[in-house]
Structure formats: structure tokens, C-alpha cells
Ligand binder design. Structure first.
Ligand code: IPE
Ligand code: IPE
Ligand code: MG
Length: 245
């Protein structure tokens, strides 16, 4: 593994929260004459390396999009692979990431009956096992959709209001955000989408309100920790304004 080059990185201004839309697995596989699922399998190494890079540079929050609420519309074979892939990843990396101080979260509808029970159990176990880790919050957007997350928050607020636990007049942005999938998740500072596509595809709709975007022309299976650092260097050259003049 080449040494991580952080010479251009301002270590005093590491973003707090980076979101990654890991895109291009299918194209990576197609280019090699392989099945799409081979691209997903190769994407695992990219994810692990990126997580280690995040630990190296002291990132607090890394959210990765692993399966969208729209991805159910892919072939049964691909969907099944992606369901098992998630379990496979936990089986191989959970204890290692735990030892490195990673706290794992799963944002998304985990109650969905289409998700295999064994996978649900594994995800819950990983969350419980790593709940008191503090080095890096690694959030898997699994069966995640930004709209679904917002709708579920609205429904939870409505239920609590009807039950008399919450006065609708007290609902502000902070109260609303506390009903999202991972309540203590900060806003995303930087969203990276690989493969050259430039769209949000229902990722982190609430949290991306003032995010900066970087679109590296790299297919996800080829992405490594140095690419994460390079994206953050690009982010650090931006001037964020937050509506100010
Ligand atoms: C991203 O790669 C992974 C998932 C959506 C699960 P794709 O599978 O979307 O790859 P492309 O976009 O078809 O190349
Ligand atoms: C977004 O990628 C979802 C994930 C990376 C898990 P897609 O490949 O599904 O998005 P579209 O369909 O190109 O917008
Ligand atoms: Mg894609």
C-alpha cells in the first residue's frame, strides 16, 4: 500500500461529516466482461480502505450509500447479492472495525420484510457491539432513501403529537432532525459521488442542505483512501457561504 499523501490536506479543517455515493460497480464489472455482482464484490475493498483512510485523518462521520430504496427494482439476482453482501461485509470486517474504534450505524428502513432476518440480526448486533466506540461513526445507508427518512420522521412526530408527547408548535429544525434515522448525525459537509454521475439519487436529502459536492471520475471499486484525501483537499479549496454575503 502506497503511503497516504496528506501534504496538501489541511488537518485543522477536516470536514466533520463526509457522505459517499459509491457508484459505478456495474460499469466496472462490465468493462471487465464480468457480472455486475463482481463489481459489488470488488467495491468492498474500496469501502474498507476508505474507512481506514477516514480513521487515519480523524474524520468523525462517514456515511456510505450501500443500497437505496430504489435499488429493489434491480434484478432479483442482483438484489439478493446486495442483501447478502451486507452480511458478508459485516462477517469479515465487523470485529476489525470494532477494534479500531468504529461505531456502526444503519440508516434506512431495517423493518422491511424483504430484508433477510439474519441480515437484520447482524446489523443490530453490529450496532450494539460498537455502540460505545468514539473514533469514527460509520453509517451504512442500507435500504435508505432520503424521502423515506423524511416521511418516517414526519410520521413519528405526528404519532408523538397525537399521543400528547410533543406540541406541534415546538417542532423546529432541531426537533425534526432528532427524529431522523441517526439523530445525532451532523449535517454533511462534503458529498462524494464516484463514477462521474452528478446527482443525489435520494441520498441524505435533509443533511445535504449546505453540503459541497465532489464528483471524481473513478468507478467505486477503484476508489482508495488517497482518493478520499484528494476529495477533501478539493473541498477545502471551496468557499462555503451558508447564505451569507
Ligand atoms: C453502485 O454501483 C452500487 C449500488 C447501487 C448498490 P451501481 O451498481 O449503481 O453501478 P453502475 O452505476 O450500474 O455502474
Ligand atoms: C445510488 O446509486 C445508490 C447507491 C449508490 C447505493 P444508483 O446507481 O442506484 O443511482 P441512479 O439510479 O444512477 O440514480
Ligand atoms: Mg449506479
Amino acid at each position: 500500500m502506497a503511503e497516504l499523501d496528506t501534504t496538501r490536506l489541511d488537518t485543522e479543517r477536516i470536514p466533520r461529516h463526509v457522505g459517499v455515493i459509491m457508484d459505478g460497480n456495474g460499469r466496472w464489472a462490465n468493462q471487465r466482461g464480468l457480472e455486475r455482482t463482481a463489481g459489488h464484490a470488488a467495491g468492498e475493498a474500496a469501502l474498507y480502505d476508505t474507512a481506514l483512510g477516514a480513521l487515519d485523518i480523524g474524520l468523525e462521520w462517514l456515511t456510505v450509500f450501500t443500497f437505496s430504496t430504489e435499488n429493489w427494482s434491480r434484478s432479483a439476482e442482483e438484489v439478493q447479492f446486495l442483501m447478502l453482501f451486507n452480511e458478508d461485509l459485516l462477517g469479515r470486517r465487523r470485529d476489525d472495525l470494532h477494534e479500531r474504534g468504529v461505531r456502526m450505524h444503519f440508516a434506512g428502513d431495517l423493518d422491511d420484510p424483504r430484508i433477510p432476518q439474519s441480515n437484520k440480526d447482524n446489523m443490530r448486533e453490529a450496532m450494539e457491539l460498537t455502540a460505545s466506540n468514539e473514533k469514527l461513526n460509520l453509517v451504512f445507508g442500507f435500504n435508505y432513501g432520503g424521502r423515506s427518512e423524511l416521511v418516517r420522521a414526519a410520521a413519528a412526530i405526528a404519532r408523538r403529537s397525537v399521543a400528547g408527547e410533543l406540541n406541534p408548535d415546538d417542532v423546529d429544525a432541531d426537533v425534526f432532525a432528532s427524529h431522523l434515522a441517526v439523530p445525532d448525525m451532523p449535517d454533511a459537509d462534503l458529498i462524494i459521488r464516484t463514477s462521474g454521475e452528478q446527482r443525489i439519487s435520494n441520498f441524505l436529502l435533509w443533511q445535504s442542505a449546505y453540503a459541497e459536492y465532489v464528483f471524481p471520475e473513478i468507478l467505486w471499486p477503484d476508489f482508495r483512501r488517497q482518493d478520499l484525501v484528494d476529495c477533501i483537499v478539493e473541498y477545502q479549496a471551496r468557499r462555503r457561504r451558508f447564505g451569507r454575503a
